[in-house]
Design a protein around this ligand. Structure first.
Ligand SMILES: Nc1ncnc2c1ncn2[C@@H]1O[C@H](COP(=O)(O)OP(=O)(O)OP(=O)(O)O)[C@@H](O)[C@H]1O
Ligand SMILES: [Mg+2]
Length: 234
């Protein structure tokens, strides 16, 4: 049973769908990456999994539990968490307070969980009393990921977690995503950079024009003619 299972999800913002019958599964302990051209529907798909958008049809399951109709604020309680690209921390709250907010829906003891999370994010452990707004952009992204981890999730969805970061911080964020997946979590990551996606993930899905055009292991996807897939030519 996959940790996450999206089954033929169709969703959009108005009456006409933006994404069509997208299916995708993710297993514990793996990294699944979604790549594809701008406007392909990657973020729309992520939003349709976590209750920001309601699928018009299709199903979303976490550990085989159907969460398609669960309200957004309850979805974390089912073990599915989401890290948005922007505005992902409370800037006026300290690092510790941000983590406490994240632990609100925690399925384990929040204090113990904070210790576990801070043992992974050692830079944040040194800055627990600092206001999040004073952290660098890269550190804020790490805090957003750490906060999502406070619920001890089954699946963590990250929409472009390295957008706008320096190459050095991008490597730090990816190293953390690898550590998280090793802690028996399914990580599903939207990534703009194809080489990085192929280098860090187990499975890759390429979305083109609202469809899950092709998917496979990173090695299988690396062997394809990606430029012509991205341009919609094959
Ligand atoms: N809030 C919205 N209301 C209406 N249409 C939207 C909205 N957000 C996105 N869209 C449209 O949905 C389509 C898919 O957008 P989406 O943001 O899912 O793509 P994406 O693959 O995440 O792109 P990017 O790589 O640029 O982040 C685009 O045509 C976009 O214009
Ligand atoms: Mg997007």
């Amino acid at each position: 049973m996959p940790a996450l299972s999206a089954e033929a999800v169709t969703a959009g913002y108005g009456r006409s769908p933006i994404i069509n019958e997208i299916s995708l599964t993710a297993e514990l302990g793996t990294i699944t990456t979604i790549i594809g051209p701008n406007g392909a529907g990657k973020s729309t798909f992520v939003k349709s999994l976590i209750g920001i958008l309601r699928p018009m049809s299709g199903k979303v399951k976490v550990n085989d539990v159907d969460i398609t109709k669960v309200p957004g604020h309850r979805i974390a309680g089912h073990g599915l968490v989401y890290v948005p690209q922007n505005d992902n921390v409370f800037k006026r709250l300290t690092v510790r307070e941000n983590l406490e907010v994240g632990g609100f829906a925690s399925r384990s003891d929040p204090t113990a969980r904070m210790g576990e999370v801070l043992s992974i994010f050692t830079d944040l452990a040194k800055a627990v009393d600092k206001k999040a707004g004073f952290l660098s952009g890269g550190q804020q992204n790490l805090l957003a990921i750490a906060r999502a981890l406070m619920v001890d999730p089954t699946v963590i969805l990250l929409d472009e977690p390295t957008a706008g970061l320096s190459p050095a911080y991008t490597d730090v964020v990816w190293a953390q995503i690898e550590r998280i997946s090793n802690l028996n979590t399914a990580a599903v990551v939207v990534e703009q950079n194809v080489e990085r996606a192929l280098g860090h993930s187990d499975f890759v899905h390429i979305f083109v024009a609202g469809r899950n055009h092709v998917h496979g292991t990173a090695a299988e996807i690396a062997a394809l003619d990606l430029p012509s897939i991205f341009l919609g030519r094959s």
